[in-house]
Design a protein around this ligand. Structure first.
Ligand code: NAP
Length: 684
């Protein structure tokens, strides 16, 4: 009797009622596990996520959640051997499993780093600078993001049981939102194993993660406006779920990643014999065969210049002929099995459909060599290439997705036709262009980008480091318009914000400073009584302000700075030429001289808790400074970000340089690292 997969609900492992459906190995058809979620109380699951998981996660700052993701990633890395061993049963080769397992874990690492670098050590994320909405600045506005107070329901596809879960989980947890994961049944045993390890690690707080193996019962009937759904799978299922009465009535945020007939366009310059032609053949072959073509981003449509379409067919047929199919555990195998025999039959049917409008030019046969496995028991499928002679009028090649190692060559006569063919896919996750002609690249990208979530341009200069057509990266958005579902995931912090609510908050600068923990112009500024550079990170308060003495800028200063730095630009050295410039009346001070004098005015030179100045942000020179002008600086503690376990925190200072008339001549944020009490006590 095979194992029944567990459901992780209310922080306990629970078996569903009954025997459940049997899940079989893609390689030999033997049972691996059974699956059922019958009898679970889905309302309880949702409420546990909302009340326990959400509350626990929201206690943590973005940085603490980032640390949590890192700890989890490290823990999973230590257990990855187990995942690799079980992954074979899904039909995955070692390379395929690497994308799924290591790729998934690396998404946690990337989100951990981004959360700690790009988000504050706080509970609220500020969306851009304040908006000026009143004449005197006493009433202002700031957009903020806070975590949604519901559960994130993740419904995943069968092809990446680990990555599919982790790429959604990382941004969700970083946002401070609990997840309920529902993997696709056919490969859920691998997801379940990973969730068992996650649960055993005790790294996530209670309620942060629950797992449903099997159907979702009446879960959708209990959704509310704070819940989100992130779905990956077929367009039909997405449409069905999106029309659920609760999803509509409660405006539940629904992100869908669905079917995609991704295309790759070979530029007209990339004729046989060029590096780009070879790169194209390599890329298409890899995309057709990695994960046995069961990748939502795989190249399904090969758009090639008509005059060399025959060369493309020939080169691809040769490359596909070298692919060894069979037991994914074998070192002699390049391509494993499809996820199930049902899936294989489905792909076979789709090829039949395609072949009404395209000729099979390679593969398409049930008679092929299978290494180290029984072809009748495993879900093996021969890589299959089709050639459509009239792609502009064909329907099926742009609409039928054979979710396996299948792709069709579509010849084009000119770039307009290549663009039109790509668009006929009606919305894709990923597109690529292989050309060494950047004008062609621009024309193709601008012509097709509106139909794509991500585009990659490959040529000889970037090929060695290219991540390839079909690899979604946590840094970049994954999703696409139209047929691809209209959704967007990942994309760095963009993906985190999908699980948060953006709110425009209006009020006085003082109030908005208190809410966002970032000083806003017009809010209180106070003299701390000592130079603020004498204060440790903890002692500093937002609004602590230093107003400096003033200093005159002389002609000698400008002359000296020009000679000393070598910046003898005419506006600083030639009175007559400077006066011809529409912005100046005569020689003016260098912008960097103003910034340097400002530093000279505001620094406290003695050894102190300010450890270093690591840059400036948003530097603007608002007005020219002429010799004879007098400068003064106002330096205000604007924002503090503690770097846990480092002994310091980052302090951002609002810096405003004014002239003798009180006009702002330069404005910028000075970025410093300031010692914590503990660190300062140990060195002082
Ligand atoms: P599917 O049948 O739509 O299943 C996708 C997920 O939806 C599975 O977890 C499935 O669970 C679940 N599901 C199905 N019916 C449901 C319902 N009534 N209520 C709640 N959940 C339900 O898709 P598939 O055939 O497994 O996957 C292949 C398709 O996914 C391909 O067309 C491919 O293009 C697409 N895909 C897209 C992406 C992407 O990122 N855009 C990635 C991978 C795959 P069960 O397995 O338990 O039925």
């Amino acid at each position: 009797m095979q194992t029944k997969l567990g459901n992780l609900v209310l922080d306990r492992w629970v078996d569903g009622d009954g025997d459940g459906n049997v899940l079989t190995s893609a390689v030999d058809g033997e049972p691996v596990a059974s699956i059922t979620s019958a009898g679970l109380d889905f309302n309880d699951i949702l409420n546990h996520a909302r009340t326990t998981g959400g509350a626990n996660l929201r206690k943590l700052t973005f940085h603490e959640r980032g640390e949590m993701l890192k700890a989890l990633a490290k823990y999973l890395m230590e257990h990855k051997k187990e995942f690799y061993a079980l992954s074979t049963a899904t039909g995955a080769t070692r390379g395929d499993s690497w994308v799924d397992i290591d790729g998934g874990i690396s998404t946690l690492f990337v989100y951990s780093g981004k959360g700690r670098r790009e988000m504050p050590n706080d509970h609220v994320y500020l969306d851009g600078p304040p908006e000026q909405i009143s004449k005197n600045g006493t009433f202002t506005a700031q957009h903020i993001f806070t975590p949604k107070l519901g559960a994130a329901i993740h419904i995943n596809a069968f092809n990446f049981p680990c990555w599919g879960m982790l790429e959604k989980l990382a941004p969700t947890l970083l946002a401070g939102v609990p997840a309920i994961v529902k993997p696709a049944s056919s490969t859920a045993y691998l997801t379940e194993l990973m969730v068992r390890r996650i649960n055993a690690s005790d790294i996530l707080p209670d309620g942060a993660l629950q797992l449903i193996c099997g159907g979702v019962g009446d879960l959708f009937d209990h959704l509310n406006c704070q819940d989100t759904i992130a779905f990956t799978g077929s367009k039909n299922t997405a449409e069905f779920l999106q029309q659920h009465s609760k999803v509509i009535a409660e405006s539940v945020a629904f992100t869908a990643e669905t079917d995609s007939l991704n295309s790759s366009i070979l530029g007209p310059d990339a004729i046989p014999g060029t590096p780009e032609f070879d790169l194209f053949i390599q890329e298409v072959t890899r995309e057709m065969t990695s994960k046995a073509g069961q990748k939502c981003t795989a190249i399904r449509r090969i758009i090639a210049p008509a005059e060399i379409a025959g060369d493309v067919v020939e080169a691809l047929s040769t490359a596909l002929g070298n692919i060894r199919i069979g037991n994914p555990a074998s070192k002699d195998v390049d391509m494993g099995a499809l996820a199930s025999q049902g899936q294989r039959d489905e792909v076979r049917d789709r090829v039949k459909e395609l072949s009404h409008e395209a000729n099979v030019v390679y593969g398409g046969s049930d008679n092929f060599d299978v290494v180290d496995a029984d072809a009748n028991k495993g879900a093996f499928f021969m890589p299959t290439l089709l050639h459509c002679e009239k792609p502009m009028t064909s329907k099926s090649v742009h609409a039928v997705e054979a979710f396996g190692p299948v792709s069709t060559v579509l010849p084009y006569e000119n770039l307009d036709e290549a663009i039109e063919l790509s668009r006929l896919g009606e919305g894709s996750l990923a597109g690529s262009v292989v050309t060494n002609d950047n004008a062609v690249a621009r024309e193709l990208v601008l012509g097709t980008a509106a139909y794509h979530g991500r585009m990659v341009v490959i040529n000889r200069h970037c090929a060695a480091e290219s991540t390839g057509h079909g690899s979604p990266l946590p840094h970049l958005i994954h999703g696409g318009p139209g047929r691809a579902g209209g959704g967007e995931e990942m994309g760095g912090i963009r993906g985190v914000l999908h699980y948060m609510q953006r709110t425009a908050v209006q009020g006085s600068p003082e109030t908005l400073t208190a809410i966002g923990h970032r000083w806003i112009k017009g809010a209180d500024q106070h003299d701390p009584g000592v130079h603020p550079f004498r204060k440790t990170f903890e002692q500093l308060e937002i609004g602590d302000t230093l107003t400096t003495d003033s200093r005159e800028v002389t002609l000698e200063d400008i002359q000296h700075f020009a000679e000393f730095t070598g910046d003898t630009f005419y506006a600083h050295t030639d009175e007559e030429a400077a006066a011809k410039n529409p912005f100046f009346d005569g020689r003016v001070a260098h912008g960097y001289l103003i910034v340097s004098f400002a530093a000279g005015l505001f620094v406290d030179p003695d050894f102190g808790p300010v450890l270093a100045n690591y840059g400036v942000d948003d530097l603007r020179f608002a007005q020219p400074v002429n010799y004879g002008d007098t400068l003064k600086v106002r330096l205000c503690c604007k924002q503090k970000t503690l770097r846990a376990e480092t002994g310091y925190g980052e302090v951002r200072w609002d810096s405003e340089v004014t002239n003798q008339d009180g006009d702002v001549v330069a404005q910028y944020d000075v970025l410093t690292m300031v010692a914590t009490d503990e660190h300062w006590a140990s060195v002082d």
